[in-house]
Write a protein that binds this ligand. Sequence first.
Ligand code: CP3
Length: 341
Amino acid sequence: MLKNDLFLKALKGETLERPPVWMMRQAGRYLPDFMTLKAKYDFFTRCQTPELATKITIMPIDQIGPDAAILFSDILVVLQAMQIPVEMKDGIGPWIPDPIRSTEDVGQSIVPDIHEHLGYVLDAVKMTKQALNERVPLIGFAGSPWTLLCYAVQGQGSKNFDIAKGFCFSQPDAAHSLLQKITDTTIAYLKEKVKAGVDAVQIFDSWGGLLSPEDYQIFSWPYIQQIVTALKNKAPVIVFGKGCWFALNEMGRSGASALGVDWTCSARNARYLSGGQITLQGNFDPSRLLSPIPKIKKDVHDMISEFGKDKYIVNLGHGILPNIPVDHAKAFVDAVKEYTP
Ligand code: CP3
């Protein structure tokens, strides 16, 4: 039995004394202990070694005290499993040496057996669940098919993912074939993560907001919907689409348990657009954690009042930045615990 189930209760829409809180990318570069491990082991070694992934996942739980843990891993491990090699280069970030640019390239990627190619993630889930010892729930995650296509085709991070978009618009059949392969892999992957013990899953559509609302309905949303439909009876699903406020209506009717929103959408608009019934998660501007601590606390309390304490999970509007002082991250979490209506 979980000792702290606020997060799971909020996903069910239950009335609570205060909303739960966690932070996207909470296990990351702003933590000194993380940097110590980063200096010793390269990125994918950290992902592939269950002991390291477990240790990193638990760091913020011990040091900051959020109401949920998110497994340390990366959305790009799914591409690796599909036989699309990915490296993490210092100063550049994700690097795909042979990006996908044609139907033949798509044909060479596989829909992998999850135990064979991503067994190390499942081992990390099991080990982390044991180490957490029921303190807080564990979130598993995957990138959206569109966001993974962005990296697979562009070959690296980008401000506008122009090559990836060009691929979709000039070779739509190849693009849809890749998106479907990623979707099939992701569904199998998330189902195995749930079997291994994660209590909820989040889909990160970090680059959905680069598409027009019409193109979002062609290249991103139908694939996310397939994932939600396949997973919703197995575990609660959270859909986070950065810059995707225009799709909150479909998302609200998708069967997801909660929707992530970024800071460019007000609480009132997010409630209105999503239909007013579904749990929302967000949406503190990560840069706002650079404000003085009393201001962070005031802004968090205002944010809770605006979203309402129920059907709400406090979070940032995107991942925490590496330059955030640890005591400011902790103040964010503490402010939620100190909240009184
Ligand atoms: O919340 C957590 O702490 C869990 C871990 C997590 C990571 N990546 C660890 C990581 C999660 C949930 C992700 C998801 C992820 N990865 C996304 C979606 C979320 C988002 O922020 O939009 C995306 C787009 C990626 C791809 C990726 N991986 C990028 C763009 C980068 C940053 C590259 C850079 O150098 O700035 C990574 C690397 C990465 N993933 C790091 C961490 C902690 C930093 C690099 C390192 O530790 O060596």
